[in-house]
Design a protein around this ligand. Structure first.
Ligand SMILES: NC(=O)C[C@H](N)C(=O)O
Length: 328
């Protein structure tokens, strides 16, 4: 597979958007632990014209769908005058922002998200290398058409499948089936390989991101605690169910009695939700009761898809079709 970047005709223009996270963090002066303070500087790209923006500076557990919408709007504004966009972001919810952008953005230029696991005052500070990798990936001629990507530790991930798999390791990201590409450096020269072809994807234009979608997490012995309350106050539910999308028997009548969309994801870390089991609460009975299998999306990505589809005014049947046909 080709690996050398073709030099562009003009100086490449990169939009660098900072949103906070550990990549912008340091120990706070009051001794209370790390907080986002200073966005990281982009090292070693003298030939590139960089425009920086910082719409907000948050630890990523404070990110909301509204922030994701704000970020999408800013990227739409910057994309026409840039060749690539890099977003620095906390790693905790990075996959959610990446997937929300994947669903909402149809800009022509690459969008690459990155973060760091160690802060600027640590000996193993991984911010500069991740940022430089992300910039190289964003400006590489083989990147357009792949949707927003996540670059961490030299691995390049698709927004649909990437997930945080470790709380402290520098290689904190994975997901099934794994990276779609890899960036390394030979001296100062980036070497980039993609292992997958760009794939078509659907994009959505929700009128709002305010739908309330709650996630319930299944476990052995769950008899539906919390379900009725969540179904009452939310516009839709996602259940991180068991295995291929099964639940304890007590959940079946609850789902049968719910008009609002109920999406069944899995708490297992890889693989699709398939309605194969016919015992009470088995996936086949849940689908018969109207539940919607989440395909291979994890619960928090299924939640964002449902929230965006509700925000676009889709009916439960239309939502089911999107999930069934993997239109994301
Ligand atoms: N490594 C990180 O960025 C974690 C941090 N708590 C955040 O997501 O903002």
């Amino acid at each position: 597979m080709p690996s050398d970047a073709t030099p562009p005709a003009h100086a490449p223009r990169l939009a660098l958007i900072h949103t906070g996270g550990t990549i912008a963090s340091r120990p706070s002066p009051d001794g209370r632990g790390l907080t986002p303070q200073t966005p990281p500087a982009l090292p070693g790209l003298e030939q590139v014209q960089v425009t920086e923006a910082q719409p907000f500076s948050l630890p990523s557990p404070h990110m909301t769908p509204a922030h994701m919408g704000q970020l999408a709007a800013l990227i739409r504004e910057l994309a026409p005058t840039h060749d690539g966009v890099v977003v620095t972001h906390g790693t905790d919810t990075l996959e959610e922002t990446a997937f929300a952008l994947h669903l909402m953005l149809d800009v022509k230029v690459p969008v690459v998200l990155t973060g760091s696991m160690r802060h600027a005052e640590e000996i193993s500070w991984d911010g500069p290398a991740n940022l430089l990798d992300a910039a190289h990936v964003a400006l590489h001629p083989h990147t357009p058409g792949r949707g927003p990507l996540v670059v961490i530790g030299g691995d390049i991930f698709d927004a649909r499948t990437v997930t945080k798999i470790h709380t402290t390791a520098v290689d904190a990201f994975g997901g099934y089936p794994g990276p779609i590409g890899r960036i390394d450096r030979e001296g100062h020269t980036p070497r980039l390989h993609y292992f997958a072809m760009p794939e078509p994807r659907a994009t959505y234009h929700p009128a709002h991101l305010q739908a309330r979608v709650e996630i319930l997490y299944a476990y052995a012995g769950w008899t539906g605690e919390g379900y009725a309350e969540a179904a009452e106050r939310a516009d839709g539910l996602v259940i991180a169910a068991l295995g291929t999308g099964n639940l304890p028997a007590e959940l079946l009548p609850l789902i049968q009695g719910t008009e609002k969309p109920v999406v069944i994801a899995t708490r297992t870390h890889a693989g699709p939700v398939l309605p194969v089991y016919g015992y009470v609460g088995g996936g086949a009975t849940l689908v018969e009761a109207g539940a919607i299998p989440a395909s291979f999306l994890n619960a928090h990505k299924a939640r964002l898809l449902l929230l965006i589809l509700l925000g676009q005014g889709l009916t439960r049947e239309q939502i089911q079709t999107v999930f069934e046909r993997d239109e994301f």
